[in-house]
Write a protein that binds this ligand. Sequence first.
Ligand code: ADP
Ligand code: ASP
Ligand code: MG
Length: 814
Amino acid sequence: MQVIKFGGSSVANAENINRVVEIVQQAVQKDKTIVVVSALGGITDTLLKAGELAAGGDENYKEFLKLSEQRHLEAVKSLIPVAQQSGLLSWVKQRCNEIEDICNGVFLLGELSSRTRDRIIGFGELLSSKIISERLKSVSTPNTWKDSRELIVTDSNFGFATIDFPATNKKTQEYFSGKEDSLFMVPGFIASDSKGATTTIGRGGSDYTAAIFAAATNATIVEIWTDVSGMMTADPRLVSNARVIPHISYQEAMELSHFGAKVIYPPTIQPVMNKNIPVWIKNTFSPNDYGTLIESRAVKNGSSIRGISSINKIVLLSLEGSGMVGIPGFSKRLFEALANEKINVILITQGSSEHSICVGIDEAAIQQAKKAVDNTFAYEIETKKVDPLLIERDLAIVALVGDNMKSHPGTSGKMFGALGRNGVNVRAIAQGSSERNISAVIAIADVKKAINVLHEEFFETTYKQVNLFVAGVGNVGGRLLAQLDQQRKYLEEQLHLQVRVVGIANSKKMAFSEEGLDLLNWKQSLEAAAPMSLQEYIDVIRSKNLRNSVFADVTADEKVAQCYDQLLSKSISVVACNKVACSSSYSYYKKLKDLAREYNAMFLFETNVGAGLPVIGTLNDLLRSGDKINRIEAVLSGTLNFVFNHYNGEKTFAEVVRQAQDEGYTEPDPRLDLSGTDVMRKIMILARETGERLELEDIHNISFMPEACMKGDVDNFYKEMGKHEDHFKKLYADAAAGDKKLKFVAKYENGKASVGLQHIDANHDFYHLYGKDNVVLFYTNRYTEQPLVVKGAGAGAEVTASGVFADIIRTAKM
Ligand code: ADP
Ligand code: ASP
Ligand code: MG
């Protein structure tokens, strides 16, 4: 004997039923077969809704009944040849009339008992199984229809009836052993109590029906045909990377389904496991896919876990109080109070301090639970030995499941590390001593993020998704987007990273797409997008709550820099090309660093000094390895370097500055470069990275610019430079007279920093510095006589974008 079950979507309409018929026809050639079917997809809900509306006095229930009738009649009309339709049509109509009579009664009484509810929704499976049975007959596949209610016996716990296995097995065995037929068609989900009333065995219960029949008949296999190609590593509706698990043990399948993997109804496993009957999950819509085989010992898959699942709508109840410590009996009374109310406890934790016991239950039972527990402990509450029951709502459980977690240290470390890095707060943790399941209670709002993060962490063949938000899409931002587009394939193949640009913004517009913006057409997307509001942009980034979120600030805007704290405190990493944050007050810089540490996010700003050159990274590596920075000497302004390398008295100084600006080397406001302020900011950032508490005012700046140039606006700046051409000529001539070059040099030594123009002779490291190059010399305990030198282009959109790019990848690799 084999048992084959088809779920609601597999029999949702005539087209799908025809697929089912084909599968059944092939199956009967192998062995005697029992086919179990669900109601046509969605019908159970439709009938339930009708009953509830009727009970609430809402006449709309008739619409739902009409909908249900239509769907069944349509199925009959498309599946059965016209000449043979009438008998089945009138049978279907009679059943629909029965449902309507019951609902009319419910409407009049204004009350829907759970007994009547089961009666109503039970019609769904009755109708579908009969229609499919007739269809099979009409295509020369004889079969015997049998009402499961005559075989499966339950108690009278309507809606969730418990199977009376001895009675059920006896009836089932008697029936099937006496029959020579090779194909049976039965409705899933329904059964009857000892008085013959219709019961149902829990939503999704047709899977269970199949397992009950399989166990009773000692079947060789149970096949569960559904709309996915097997049990997957995570709910495919939440995790797009989820993949099919080809082999899984009974225990693992049971754990996954108990924790929300809807593909199989949890009680299904027990009866077949006891008899070692394999369960094969198959896809009706892709029958050649292997599917998932559930059996006693599944082959290993190379990962310590097999799958991840979640249940929403959990509440945590905490019983706390100093009066509990060391006194036995509290937990017994707590669980008794819940059990008396038939409240199912999903998760239990107790700290070894015994100061509190915490249980997770379904949200639906919250009022009952509160009342029962507060009553039970009324005396202790009054005498302040324990506090009134504490309730936390809007929670969910995520669970890692796998037989191999046992003897694999580090699984929970990895789990909580990954959640922590993504700002998912864990409210409670439970691990069964079977070591087959680690569960964490988290906020519902974090579920999707958490499951995806864990999936990326534990299933390595898939890639890790980085969700990037970019602010500023000018020169550097534009190059960054182009580089991301160009490197997409490399990142996916070599680093298993997929960087999705989920948001872009400039000062006028902001655009979002959770699937990732098209990087070839981002300009069009931005044009068509909503107007920019900085706070809204930040709010959207925060509320999207996506895993591995990174914010890249490619503006030079102070207001944007002021938002980093809002992001870091949500565990969103910040990559700043913008220097404002690190060069504003020391307290803000420190605050951001602390927030990053506190919330496990990264705050990276390599491009603040030397554009794409590895200056800050190198400095940090030296410090981390125990070296001590004694002195830094650097030429840090690509702009000033360009200007002094090009200025030789032929073109005017103003013209050379203009050229630097036109070629994109200057800050958006070139006065920041020419005044030396930009260099001050850079040397300050380096000094701060060594641990120095410096403010901008502490840095000595010997400016070479005439004061008049720095008053007024940028136009005035250029005008005044023109007027002071003689001053600049003299600077040049003085240096040239001694065969020296002009360089704007920054220094940091003994806690003091300074910047200023210097004459550099031919022996100096700075002499041969061309174009827009920067150079940094680190004199340290290890690099004493010869400094460690970092040198290369220190400005330009392409190199700066590549530095930002590298920081983004760094956040993903943490
Ligand atoms: P049926 O109607 O065939 O009984 P269900 O809707 O009850 O089908 O179950 C199948 C659905 O379960 C899939 O469409 C999928 O969306 C959902 N699902 C949730 N978790 C998982 C998982 N881990 N693996 C596969 N499917 C899952
Ligand atoms: N039709 C029932 C439900 O929707 C049973 C099942 O589909 O398994 O819950
Ligand atoms: Mg199901």
